[in-house]
Design a binder for this molecule. Structure first.
Ligand SMILES: Cc1ncc(COP(=O)(O)O)c(C=O)c1O
Length: 372
């Protein structure tokens, strides 16, 4: 069906490519850049984003799920596709069939992957993950020597990579990241001492790309900075996502009228209120109620009252030009010099830009611009 509603996520693939090139230049020619495209490329559309990145020279992609990797392969994306969440109990066959590269941290997964690789008649490259302080996935360091001993039984697995993940690389205080890196170097030494020689050692997410050059190692794994929301300064990147809609309905209300559920906003003066066809089912968090601003006809206007599932309301009383149904409204993006960034929406919602970008739901069409 053709798009009937105006609420749209517009993805600037040229900007994504520029951000990738800027990141690659920043880390230098000896460091490979794996683009994190998990979570539907942080809401930007995994297939379109990976294809665009590939045309800029990106040959390594990070997904969380086997299903996400399979989606990229179905779309013809070549190169390294790293399943960063591992393959779980049921993903081994599919990972082997699609030539995905699993992240390995679990003996059961190793057994299943080894068996699946044997059945396929080929060795399977894996990246072993050690937990140096994130406390999420990864072999705990005190189990690591034993894990490596177990791995020796699985001939069909080729330990191509060794990785870890940082818990707070974007933080001003570098102490814990340095400690994680120290532990990781020790794990690398342990790995080599046991006769494994992984060719790709990696650790850095965006925070570490920007703040910890000594963590760049063989490959970096930026995500959020490629989408234009760097967690620290250092590389000039630009937002990739714009979110736009159009005014659905305008009404004039007298002083003392309440707006939306819970009557949390009451007009203090005769007011012109615009209703927008966008709510929390689309990805505008209810938590921004009474805090957010959007750009209407080039000016910031307050979102007033509670954000509803499908709609929200904006006070457009102060705009010089009378607002009409159909006027464009920018939720995230720039109009002239006026800009609302995902990070600002995140601060209104009490969250991080990752969650805002990922949060625009499937019912909001993506329009990719600048594709090849
Ligand atoms: C294992 C791993 N590497 C890299 C990234 C990319 O992180 P960021 O978006 O902070 O650059 C993520 C995302 O959380 C991740 O889980």
């Amino acid at each position: 069906m053709t798009q009937l509603r105006p609420t749209t996520v517009i993805v600037d693939l040229e900007a994504l490519r520029r951000n990738f090139v800027a990141t690659r230049q920043f880390v230098g020619p000896r460091v490979r850049v794996l683009a994190a495209v998990k979570g539907d490329a942080y809401g930007h559309g995994a297939v379109a984003s990976a294809r665009a990145l590939a045309t800029a020279g990106c040959d390594a992609f990070g997904v969380a799920l086997v299903e996400e990797g399979a989606q990229l392969r179905d779309a013809g994306v070549d190169g390294l596709v790293l399943c960063m969440g591992g393959v779980g109990r049921f993903g081994a066959e599919e990972a082997v069939a699609r030539q995905l590269t699993p992240v390995l941290y679990d003996e059961g997964d190793a057994e299943r992957l080894d068996a699946a690789a044997r059945r396929s008649g080929q060795r399977l490259a894996v990246h072993v993950k050690v937990d140096t302080g994130m406390g999420r996935l990864g072999v705990p360091l005190h189990h690591y020597p034993r894990f490596l001993d177990r791995l020796a039984h699985f001939d069909a697995l080729d330990v191509e990579g060794l990785m870890t993940h940082f818990a707070e690389s974007e933080a001003d205080d570098p102490t814990f990241t340095r400690e994680q890196l120290r532990r990781f170097r020790q794990a690398v030494a342990t790995t080599r001492a046991r006769g494994y020689h992984p060719r790709v050692i990696h650790a850095a997410n965006s925070g570490a790309v920007l703040r910890h050059p000594d963590a760049h190692l063989d490959l970096v794994r930026p995500g959020i900075m490629l989408y234009g929301e760097p967690p620290a300064p250092g590389v000039a990147v630009e937002p990739v996502m714009r979110v736009v809609t159009r005014v659905l309905f305008v009404k004039d209300l007298p002083r003392g009228a309440s707006v939306s559920y819970g009557r949390r906003f009451v007009t203090a003066r005769p007011s012109r209120i615009a209703t927008l066809p966008l709510g929390y089912a689309d990805g505008l968090p209810r938590a921004v109620s009474g805090r957010a601003q959007v750009i209407v006809n080039g000016r910031r206007c307050d979102v007033v009252g509670t954000v509803c599932m499908d709609l929200c309301m904006v006070d457009v009383t102060d705009l010089a030009e009378p607002v009409e149904s159909g006027d464009e409204v920018v939720i995230i993006g720039k109009v002239g010099t006026v800009e609302v960034r995902a990070s600002e929406v995140a601060s209104w919602a009490g969250t991080i830009p990752y969650e805002i970008l990922c949060g625009f739901s499937e019912r909001v069409p993506r329009r990719h611009e600048g594709g090849t």
